[in-house]
Ligand binder design. Structure first.
Ligand code: NAD
Length: 290
């Protein structure tokens, strides 16, 4: 088997994969590859598949499969799988980092101290304790967020029409979530249904001063509508790890909107998670050989 590692995985993975065959991270070997390992960067589309005549297996190290054309893979007899559980804790911690840092004013506090300012009375803080967290999408990552938010004394509600029950959160309708949540954390896959889900109409139903956090997918919000809600003060802050593209275009309105706290798609990139993804990749390859 020729295994091509196209994106950034754990540094130890190439060595760990050697028992399965030849391992390369040189994209020029795509035509020889039987197994292709990608994260978010490489798009497994018609163009790439046309250059990979020997491909039998695509492993997406991570959760969302929106960079893999699963139908085309199936049509060509190529198995396409992900590592669905490895990233839950890493992304949940990223969402919690935004949820803690934003009301604590930690980022402005740090930046202003670097500028020689001491804004002790200017930086007004609020707490998470006794506030309501609304989760949009209540799968593996959201469940880890829900557990952590409960430990902060938050009430946790969630909107997920595909679930009948949830181990931690109270399931509610989307309008009820908008009306009740002080903080909303988004954990959606990108689908036709979830694209642009957080838009002007949704934001109009939300509480004034809402804090919105998105570690799911950038295309599940409408950038211009979120930027407008930040400018009007309807939204107090938007913390995001995810973008319409990686990186976002220079004219993305969120890059200049007030009270946006940004990360360059780091959610799944913890050292520990890259190790766990590697473990899942090995299990998939063992199964594939069998
Ligand atoms: P998951 O499949 O366990 O959970 C997704 C949940 O969304 C499911 O429960 C599903 O029912 C729900 N859902 C689907 N359509 C919905 C809709 N229209 N309305 C409300 N809920 C809906 O996946 P997960 O592991 O929790 O990951 C969630 C998403 O997080 C991924 O799909 C990916 O987009 C994103 N993600 C981001 C990073 C990052 O680096 N920031 C890393 C991993 C995953």
């Amino acid at each position: 088997m020729h295994i091509l590692i196209a994106d950034a995985f754990d540094a130890k993975l190439p060595e760990r994969l050697k028992p399965f065959g030849e391992v390369s991270s040189d994209l020029a070997t795509l035509s020889q590859a039987t197994a292709l390992l990608v994260r978010s960067k490489t798009k497994v589309d018609a163009d790439l598949l046309a250059k990979a005549p020997n491909l039998k297996l695509v492993i997406r190290g991570g959760v969302g499969m929106d960079n893999v054309d699963k139908k085309l893979c199936a049509d060509k007899g190529i198995k396409a799988v992900n590592t669905p559980r490895a990233s839950s804790v890493a992304v949940a911690e990223m969402a919690m980092a935004f949820m803690v840092a934003i009301p604590a004013r930690l980022i402005e506090a740090h930046m202003s101290m670097k500028e020689g300012k001491f804004l002790k009375s200017e930086l007004k803080r609020t707490e998470l304790f006794k506030k309501t967290l609304g989760l949009i999408g209540a799968g593996n990552i959201a469940t880890e967020v829900a557990k952590r938010a409960q430990a902060f004394g938050m009430e946790v509600i969630a909107y997920d029409p595909y679930l009948k029950e949830h181990p931690v959160a109270k399931l509610v309708g989307l309008d009820e979530l908008a009306a009740k949540a002080d903080v909303i954390s988004m954990h959606l896959p990108l689908t036709d249904e979830t694209r642009d889900m957080v838009n002007a109409a949704f934001l109009a139903k939300a509480k004034d001063g809402l804090i919105l956090v998105n570690t799911g997918r950038g295309k599940c919000i409408v950038d211009a509508d979120v930027a407008a809600a930040l400018a009007s003060g309807k939204l107090r802050a938007y913390g995001t790890d995810v973008w319409v593209s990686d990186p976002p275009p220079a004219d993305c309105p969120l890059l200049t909107a007030p009270n946006v706290f940004m990360a360059p798609h780091l959610g799944a990139s913890s050292k520990e998670n890259l190790g766990r993804i590697g473990d899942e990749v090995i299990l998939i390859l063992q199964d594939f050989k069998a």
